[in-house]
Design a protein around this ligand. Structure first.
Ligand code: ZN
Length: 290
């Protein structure tokens, strides 16, 4: 995108946006600075257009107030034209995110040492996540036990597993989860002596956590064989956690569907609504068994 001379700078865009936003009945949660930052190269007329389009999106969704989502939609439309394609993609993304977060949430709920679930959301966050599941830890986290760490890994894998089950395909949205799961498994093997095969030897120190075993073999002088065993143990832990987590999600497939549906409808749900899904599901199952 070429920026032409004479177009408003970030301060100018902010001022222009404020003038147009004043005409709207309600703009709760709209971050004018963020909007100004995200619209380089927009002329005054285009900014006015952006505000109008956002208001139209809000109206179309029967919302009382124009929010940042409406501005995202409006920006997409102005940048990419009013193609339905982008809307369809967005809807697919929402569905994938809803199932992904529902997968995390089910594991938080079912596994004994993590959770309970406080919030599940498919509202994109500022840090680039498509959604999030937030637990409300009730237990003392001073000491991470082996079973607690395994449960953490299972929770991390839950989003991706739900996508695999439902879509037979995975999005890139799970990459942070995989990283987190791998890091936990690596700490278990290399730092806490939680792998019987590797034993009670701490390999590397805290600074080395970014390396995989094979890298350590080069930088630290461990034998290739030890490095391979470390990698093998990390893979085994991940694989076993994946299997266990998958069977839990499959056992709760009804909740997976109802949770995803509720998220698509409300975008954000809280503890009681989420836990009620398990009760409803139990009643449904009891009914069909009668
Ligand atoms: Zn995730």
């Amino acid at each position: 995108r070429q920026v032409q001379v004479g177009l408003p700078d970030i301060k100018g865009r902010e001022q222009i946006l404020r003038v147009h936003l004043k005409k709207l009945p309600s703009t709760i949660g709209v971050d004018v600075r963020a909007l100004a930052r995200g619209t380089p190269g927009f002329s005054g007329a285009q900014l006015a257009n952006l505000v109008n389009e956002a208001a139209l999106f809000a109206a179309r969704n029967s919302k009382q107030s124009v929010d940042m989502n409406d501005f995202e939609e409006a920006k997409d439309k102005l940048f990419m034209g009013p193609e339905r394609k982008s809307m369809v993609l967005r809807e697919e993304e929402r569905r994938a995110t809803a199932y992904h977060e529902a997968g995390h949430a089910i594991l938080f709920h079912v596994l004994p040492d993590v959770g309970p679930v406080y919030t599940v959301s498919i509202i994109p966050t500022g840090v680039g996540a498509a959604g999030y599941t937030m637990p409300l830890p009730e237990k003392d986290e001073m000491f991470a036990t082996k079973s607690r760490m395994l449960q953490d890994i299972m929770v991390s894998l839950g989003g991706r597993i739900a996508e695999e089950i439902i879509f037979g395909d995975i999005t890139t949205g799970a990459s942070n989860d995989i990283k987190r799961a791998t890091e936990t498994a690596r700490s278990m093997v290399m730092k806490y002596g939680m792998s019987e095969k590797i034993g009670l030897i701490a390999y590397g120190n805290d600074d080395d956590e970014v390396f995989i075993g094979r890298d350590l073999a080069h930088t630290r002088g461990y034998s290739e064989e030890v490095a391979r065993e470390i990698d093998g143990e990390i893979s085994r832990i991940i694989r076993e956690c994946h299997e266990n987590a998958e069977s839990i999600i499959r056992e709760n497939i009804g909740v997976l569907h109802s949770c995803a549906a509720l998220l698509l409808e409300k975008e954000k749900i809280h503890r009681e609504e989420f836990e009620a899904l398990f009760t409803t599901e139990k009643e449904e199952v009891a009914k069909t068994n009668e």
